[in-house]
Ligand binder design. Structure first.
Ligand SMILES: [Zn+2]
Length: 214
């Protein structure tokens, strides 16, 4: 596979996967079977749904999960926080520096568990929306961690795959994928945000979970 090198299989000390309960991180959980999954409530509106989805998915996949709470509400903006996108943002759901903070928090949790790899389920579709979904961003974060104590690395095994390809490759069926959520706005999927649209499009392309329109 492409992406920055997939060190997960080469490293013997295990990994922490950032699990949002969405399609991409769920597919990666099934494929890579990380030592620990981590779901983070950082003050985003859909946090209860993400925690519920991540818990259900890890139950179904028989993987361990840890919950982390970080109150980043006062640093955020856009659809994940309220209905007012931040001025000048690249997308309505832009939350400045979110990925940098969450991956760093996951690295700290990794060290507390004597693990040294953080895995992120970013896909090629993400880099068009945010600079912090790009290969250059994750390579820089990996280098930044390497400059600090702890010997934590960042891996993004699906960064050169589309979401559709990743979910298809996972072989997961509706029994697991039905638990996933991707809504940016609410704990009950709104069906009207970029997260909901992307999830519906991927599932439709794979011929899964087709629901009648309104
Ligand atoms: Zn939505």
């Amino acid at each position: 596979m492409g992406g920055n090198d997939v060190r997960t299989s080469a490293r013997r000390d295990g990994s922490v996967l950032l699990l949002s309960g969405g399609l991409d991180s769920t597919a990666l959980a099934a494929l890579e079977r990380p030592t620990l999954c981590l779901v983070i409530d950082y003050g985003q509106r859909p946090a209860p749904a993400e925690v519920r989805a991540a818990t259900a998915v890890t139950d179904a996949l028989d993987l361990p999960i840890e919950h982390l709470r970080l109150d980043l509400g006062d640093t955020g903006g856009g659809l994940l926080r309220d209905d007012r996108p931040l001025p000048g943002g690249p997308s309505p759901e832009w939350w400045p520096f979110r990925n940098q903070i969450l991956v760093t928090a996951a690295a700290a949790v990794a060290l507390r568990n004597n693990l040294h790899t953080v895995m992120v389920g970013t896909v090629i579709d993400d880099r068009d929306r945010h600079a912090d979904g790009s290969p250059a961003f994750y390579a820089a974060l990996d280098r930044l961690f390497a400059l600090q104590e702890g010997d934590v690395r960042v891996v993004t095994p699906a960064i050169d795959e589309t979401s559709t390809a990743l979910v298809g490759r996972s072989g997961l069926g509706e029994d697991v994928l039905a638990w996933t959520v991707s809504c940016h706005r609410a704990s009950l999927p709104c069906g009207q945000c970029p997260g909901c649209w992307k999830r519906a499009k991927v599932l439709e392309r794979l011929g899964l979970l087709q629901t009648p329109g309104p």
